[in-house]
Design a protein around this ligand. Structure first.
Ligand code: GLC
Ligand code: MG
Length: 730
C-alpha cells in the first residue's frame, strides 16, 4: 500500500457516540457500538491510514441525548463519526430501518461529493450497514469489507427453537428480509471479518457461500488502559482519578445494599436482559445449590432499567423471570440486581471489585457469538465460567483463563463456579493466565495490524480517491460524482427522429467533452427498448437512462438499477387500484404489455377536452396519488405522484449535488413539458409537437429552429453549455 487509506465504516442502528456509550440502553445499543468505535480509534492510529469516518444514523429525538443529533463528531484528528438522517429524525429500532436505507445511501453520496473524497475502503457492520456499504462499493468500485456481528438465519432458527411462530418472527424481526440482504452482501463482499472460528462455520456456514467470500478471523481488541488488573488499584492508588475512585466506592455501596455478607466472593454477570443470555439459567444454578450460596454472593448487572413494566416484551420477560426465581429460591441477602451502571467507569471497577473479592465472572449465554465481557473479565484478572456455545471456546483456548460449560446444564454451571472459588491455586492460575494472554492476543493494535495487512491484496492501487478528472475507465458512481454538468435528452423525435443528419456530430461533441459533461436520456420507452434504439443508431450507452416516463432510473453500461429512485417514488403507489378504476373508462385502451411497468400504467387515448378532467376526477375521488402525463395526442401515462422525467432529474441533481441549473434538458413533446420547465437550461427542438406551444416565452427555455439532434446542438451553443461546464470544473 503506497497511498494512505481513507476508510468509511457503516454502523447504522442504535445509539452511537464516542464517549459515555449507553450500552444496554436498548436492544440495538450493545457490543457492536463499542466494537466499531474502538476499531475506528485504533485504525486512526495506523500510519497507513489517512482518515476513518464512521457513519451512523442521525437521531434527533427528545427521548435520547442531543449528542446523537450532531452531524459530525470529531473523535480525533483522523477519526470522525458522521451522522446522516434517514426515515425522519425519531429513534427507530433496527428492524424498521430497512425501508429507509436507500435514502441513507443517497445522502451518503451527497456527503462524499461535498467532501470531494471517495473512500478507498468501505466496511459495513451488521446487515443494515452491510447493505449501505455494499451498494456504495458497487457504485464506486470500492473494495467492500463486511462484519455481521450477528446473522439472521441462526437467529431465526433460535427463535423457532424457542417455540416462536414463523409469522410472528417475521412480523417482529423482518427476519427473512434480513437473511436475503445478508445473502446478497456475502456475494459482494471482498472480505468478511469475524471474531471467532465458530462464527464462520456455524453462522456464515448456514448461507449459500460456494467458497466465497474470503473470511478472516480477527478478534476484537480491548482497551487495556481501562481494563487493567484488579491488583493495580492497590499499588498505585494515588494515580487513580476521582471518577474511578468514586465509581469503585459507589459500586461497593450499591452491592452492600443487597448482600448480608458482603465479604464473600462475588459471582458476577454482566449482560443485556435478553433471553439468549440465559440469566435464568445462572440464577437457577445458584438457587439450586445451597453449598454455592454459602460460598459466594451473586451479582447480576442486566442493563439499565427504570421501570420493568415499560420495557419491551423480551426484556420484561427476562427481568420478571429473574425476580421470580430470586423469590422462589429465596435469594434475598445473597443476590444483587442493581438497576443501573455506567460503562465508562463503573464496568471496569465492577470487574476489579470481583477480583478483589476473589470472585468469578460468568457468561452462560445459550449462544454467544463472541463474548467481549469474558475478555474484559480475563484482562482484569477474574477467572471465568463460560458457555461452550460460540466464541468463548476460542477465548478459553487462547487464554486458559477458566472453564467451559453446557449453558443448559445448571449443575455443570454451579460445579464449575465452586471448583474455581474453592481452589485458591486454580483461581490464581486462571487469573494470571487471563491477564497475560489477553495482553498478547486481544488488543486493538494487534487487530488493526492484521486488518491492514489483510487489506493489502484488496485495495486498488491505481484508483485515486480525489474527484478530478473523470476518466472513461471510472466505475459509474466514481464518474458521476466527479461531474458537475449534465445533458439529458428525450429520445424519440428529439435525439433521434426523422432528421438524423446532425446526430453523429452531437455524439462526437459529447464524447470529446466526456470529462466534464455527463450524458443521459429521459424517455417514455422502457429501458430495454431505449437500449435497443440507441444501439441501432450506434450510440454508446449513456451515463444514465431515465425510462418509462421517469418511473425507472438506470446507471451506466451495466444498467445499474437505482433502488434509491424506486424507494423514493414507491410511496403511496397503488397500481392495481388505479388500473381497476381506469379500466372502467371506455375511451381508454390499455397499451401493449411490454410498455407497462410496476410504476407506469399506460393507455391510448384520443384527444378530447373533458377526458383528462374525467380521469383526474375519478382518481382523486378515490384518493389515489399519481402523476398524469398526456402526450402526442394519444399517450396517457399514469405514474406514482413522485415520478416523472423532470422529478427524476431533480432527484439526480439532489443526490449527486449537481445544481439543477447545470442540466441542459431537451425535448419535443408533452411528456417532456415538465422536465423542461424551471431552472434547467431547456431546449425544445424545431420539430416539437403543439403541446409545448405554451412554453414559448418561458424563462430558460430555448426554441431551436433545427429539428432533432441539430436542435440540441443549437441549444448547446445558445447556452454556451460546453464553455460553462469547463469553467465550473476549473
Ligand atoms: C413511449 C412508451 C409509451 C408511452 C409513451 C409516452 O411510446 O412506449 O408507453 O405512453 O412513450 O410517454
Ligand atoms: Mg419525444
Amino acid at each position: 500500500m503506497t497511498r494512505p487509506l481513507y476508510i468509511q465504516m457503516f454502523s447504522i442502528h442504535g445509539l452511537l457516540r464516542s464517549e459515555n456509550m449507553e450500552l444496554g440502553k436498548n436492544a440495538d445499543t450493545g457490543g457492536q457500538i463499542h466494537y466499531v468505535v474502538e476499531l475506528g480509534r485504533a485504525l486512526s492510529r495506523g500510519k497507513t491510514v489517512k482518515r476513518v469516518d464512521l457513519f451512523t444514523r442521525l437521531i434527533s429525538d427528545k427521548t435520547v441525548s442531543t449528542d446523537y443529533a450532531k452531524e459530525i463528531e470529531t473523535v480525533n484528528d483522523k477519526f470522525r463519526i458522521i451522522r446522516i438522517q434517514c426515515g425522519g429524525k425519531k429513534y427507530i429500532r433496527k428492524e424498521r430501518l430497512w425501508p429507509h436505507l436507500d435514502e441513507y445511501i443517497d445522502k451518503t453520496i451527497k456527503f462524499i461529493k461535498t467532501e470531494a473524497c471517495i473512500p478507498d475502503i468501505v466496511h459495513g457492520h451488521y446487515a443494515d450497514g452491510g447493505y449501505v456499504a455494499g451498494q456504495l462499493a458497487e457504485f464506486f468500485g470500492t473494495p467492500f469489507i463486511f462484519t455481521g456481528h450477528s446473522l439472521g438465519r441462526p437467529k431465526k432458527q433460535k427463535l423457532l427453537n424457542d417455540g416462536l411462530d414463523e409469522t410472528e418472527i417475521e412480523k417482529k424481526y423482518k427476519i427473512n428480509y434480513r437473511i436475503q440482504t445478508e445473502e446478497d452482501i456475502l456475494k459482494k463482499a471482498d472480505l468478511v471479518v469475524t471474531s471467532t472460528n465458530q462464527e464462520i462455520k456455524q453462522q456464515y456456514g448456514t448461507y449459500h457461500l460456494n467458497g466465497l467470500p474470503r473470511f478472516q478471523v480477527i478478534p476484537p481488541g480491548l482497551d487495556l488502559e481501562k481494563f487493567y488488573p484488579y491488583y493495580y488499584g492497590k499499588i498505585s492508588e494515588p494515580e487513580l482519578n476521582e471518577h474511578q475512585l468514586y465509581a469503585h466506592a459507589s459500586l461497593l455501596e450499591e452491592l452492600n445494599r443487597f448482600f448480608m455478607n458482603p465479604d464473600k466472593p462475588v459471582i458476577l454477570t454482566l449482560c443485556r436482559p435478553d433471553k439468549k443470555k440465559n440469566i435464568s439459567g445462572l440464577v437457577s444454578a445458584y438457587g439450586e445449590d445451597k453449598e454455592l450460596q454459602s460460598m459466594a454472593n451473586l451479582a447480576i448487572f442486566a442493563g439499565i432499567r427504570k421501570d420493568i413494566s415499560r420495557k419491551d416484551d423480551n426484556e420484561k420477560d427476562v427481568l420478571t423471570r429473574m425476580l421470580l426465581l430470586m423469590d422462589k429460591y429465596d435469594l434475598y441477602g445473597k443476590m444483587a440486581i442493581p438497576k443501573k451502571h455506567d460503562f465508562q467507569y463503573e464496568v471496569p471497577e465492577l470487574y476489579r471489585i470481583t477480583g478483589e473479592k476473589k470472585g468469578v465472572f460468568v457468561n452462560v449465554a445459550l449462544t454467544e457469538p463472541f463474548g467481549l465481557t469474558l475478555i474484559e473479565a480475563a484482562a482484569t484478572g477474574i477467572p471465568v465460567v463460560a458457555t461452550r456455545d460460540g466464541g468463548p471456546k476460542d477465548i478459553i483456548k487462547n487464554c486458559q483463563c477458566g472453564i467451559l460449560v453446557d449453558p443448559t446444564d445448571t449443575r455443570q454451571i454451579s460445579h464449575a463456579i465452586k471448583k474455581i472459588i474453592a481452589d485458591a491455586d486454580l483461581w490464581k492460575t486462571y487469573s494470571k493466565n487471563g491477564v497475560m494472554n489477553i495482553r498478547k492476543k486481544y488488543t486493538w493494535e494487534s487487530h488493526v495490524k492484521k486488518y491492514l495487512n489483510d487489506l493489502k491484496p484488496i485495495v486498488k492501487k491505481s484508483t485515486a480517491s480525489d474527484l478530478t478528472p473523470a476518466k472513461p475507465s471510472d466505475m459509474i458512481g466514481r464518474r458521476i460524482i466527479k461531474l458537475n454538468s449534465f445533458l439529458v435528452t428525450d429520445i424519440d423525435n428529439t435525439l433521434i427522429g426523422e432528421d438524423n443528419t446532425k446526430l453523429k456530430k452531437l455524439i462526437r461533441l459529447l464524447k470529446e467533452n466526456k470529462e466534464t459533461i455527463g450524458f443521459g436520456v429521459a424517455t417514455g420507452r422502457t429501458v430495454e427498448s431505449a437500449v435497443a434504439i440507441l444501439k441501432k443508431h450506434n450510440i454508446d450507452l449513456p451515463d444514465l437512462i431515465i425510462s418509462s416516463v421517469g418511473s425507472e432510473l438506470h446507471y451506466g453500461e451495466q444498467l445499474q438499477f437505482s433502488r434509491g429512485w424506486e424507494s423514493h417514488i414507491s410511496k403511496k403507489w397503488e397500481r392495481e387500484k388505479i388500473k381497476e378504476l381506469l379500466d372502467q373508462l371506455d375511451f381508454l385502451e390499455y397499451q401493449e404489455d411490454d410498455t407497462q411497468k410496476k410504476y407506469k400504467i399506460s393507455y391510448y387515448m384520443p384527444p378530447s377536452k373533458d377526458r383528462v378532467a374525467t380521469i383526474h376526477d375519478l382518481l382523486s375521488k378515490n384518493s389515489c396519488r399519481y402523476t398524469l402525463i398526456y402526450s402526442h395526442d394519444q399517450f396517457l401515462d399514469i405514474l406514482p405522484h413522485r415520478a416523472s422525467k423532470g422529478k427524476a432529474i431533480r432527484y439526480l441533481s439532489y443526490k449527486w449535488e449537481i445544481p439543477i441549473g447545470n442540466f441542459l434538458v431537451c425535448g419535443d413533446s408533452g411528456n417532456d413539458d415538465e422536465m423542461l420547465r424551471g431552472e434547467p437550461m431547456g431546449v425544445v427542438v424545431g420539430n416539437y409537437s403543439h403541446e409545448l406551444e405554451p412554453l414559448k416565452g418561458a424563462r430558460n427555455i430555448y426554441f431551436a429552429d433545427e429539428p432533432c439532434a441539430g436542435g440540441i446542438l443549437e441549444g448547446i451553443s445558445h447556452y454556451q453549455f460546453i464553455e460553462k461546464a469547463k469553467k465550473i470544473n476549473d
